[in-house]
Design a protein around this ligand. Structure first.
Ligand code: HEM
Length: 108
């Protein structure tokens, strides 16, 4: 593994204002992030994604490691028109760590 999930849990503090993860997680300002790895972008029912994210879904974008890494570095560069107003994690190790944390909530 490239990342440290325990450190990633702390970095996820930058996401928690908008996202829940873990047992019972619900949609907030952003969608819940359980089972994110391997899922198509913008795929959850009952979350009002932006047109940009809906287009990414239609185009077949899948959240593999490299795509998540790119989205977290610069959300709008990967998904034009995304409503996720987050400046991005510019440090590669920070992204690896938060991705290790997210992976703990993907079963497969
Ligand atoms: C979408 C991760 C920070 C609001 C997403 C998605 C991921 C993600 C993976 C795509 C979900 C999907 O396709 O179902 C993260 C992580 C963050 C973070 C790891 C911290 C490092 C934030 C913050 C906000 C936010 C701070 C609010 C200011 C949203 C919204 C969407 C979204 C509104 C839906 C985007 C759209 O429909 O275009 N986030 N996020 N996120 N996030 Fe975040």
């Amino acid at each position: 593994r490239l990342g440290d999930a325990a450190r990633g849990a702390e970095i996820f503090g930058q996401c928690r204002g908008c996202h829940e993860i873990g047992p019972g997680a619900r949609h907030r300002i952003g969608p819940h992030l359980n089972e994110i790895f391997g899922r198509r972008a913008g795929a959850l029912e009952a979350f009002p994604y932006s047109k940009g994210m809906s287009r990414a879904f239609a185009d077949g974008l899948v959240w593999d490691y490299a795509r998540l890494d790119a989205y977290l570095e610069n959300p709008r560069a990967l998904v034009s028109g995304t409503r996720m107003s987050f400046r991005g994690l510019k440090d590669a190790q920070d992204r690896h760590d938060v991705l290790a944390y997210l992976r703990d909530f993907t079963a497969s």
